[in-house]
Design a protein around this ligand. Sequence first.
Ligand code: C2E
Ligand code: MG
Ligand code: MG
Ligand code: MG
Length: 280
Amino acid sequence: RAKARGGGVVEVFDDDLRARLQQRTQIEAELRAGLRGDGLHLHFQPIVALDGGRSCVESLLRWQRPGGPAIPAQDAISVAEATGLIAPIGRAVLALACAECARWDLDVRVAVNVSARQLARPDQLITDVCHALDASGLAPDRLTLEITETVLMDDMHQSEAVATRLRALGVQLEIDDFGVGYSSLSYLHRLPVQALKLDRSFIAGLPDDAASARILEAVVGLAHAFDIRVVAEGIETPAQLAAVRDAGCHAAQGYGLARPGPSDSLPGRLAHALRVGSPV
Ligand code: C2E
Ligand code: MG
Ligand code: MG
Ligand code: MG
């Protein structure tokens, strides 16, 4: 179709594609170098329990370029998935997140994002999780794995099997970015998950957007029926926090409570988030 519109369009397309390929090749080289050195860092963002339960901290990948801006997590992950680097990176993230959490003098769980490619290699994933727990001494019930909805739906049969094995280890499982994939109600009761994280696209319009408010209400009702907790992500304003609390969400996460940041500053950010999140 580009061709039909004339040669110029094809060239623009080629240039764009070439630039993107170059960028990916560049990131791949940086990831390889970073894996050998100390390029990989984790930031941590508090997830505050609104129901008196234990709070949590999500680990988020930060890839520091020597003397440059960090590579956005999503870019690093997609290049890692395309090149197979996700295996060593995923393993390192699990080990580091568990080690940090075990080291903190804080009563929190740690949540680690797991990619589709990791889930597609169940034996490797189980080995990596066991190793991260053994090496750190972290109690399994303090580790939560966040798996995106689309990934779980890809191969429901396989997901069910892996999830069951992970649950048997005692780790918690959560569905990330809930609502943006093709939500199927049937999988909620087939998968042994403890929580779902309502995608922040449903939070952004709160409290004024009536459609968002109804979706929130429906998801909370559904989760209650299955005895699953609901975490609201992307909370930026007090009004959004009030809306999700009133709707019955069990936990909240977002810039309005605390931003992601390095381990050193976590105690201060967590204390702040707990104050913001505590009922008035
Ligand atoms: P996610 O798991 O849904 O993580 C939440 C993202 O939303 C993070 O972006 C976080 O910084 C951002 N966020 C938190 N609160 C707010 C808010 O109030 N407003 C807005 N606008 N954003 C907020 P980040 O760190 O750039 O990560 C992006 C995605 O990259 C993550 O989305 C996750 O899918 C992926 N990711 C990050 N770290 C890892 C990792 O270690 N492994 C894997 N497989 N994926 C990771
Ligand atoms: Mg997540
Ligand atoms: Mg999320
Ligand atoms: Mg997300």
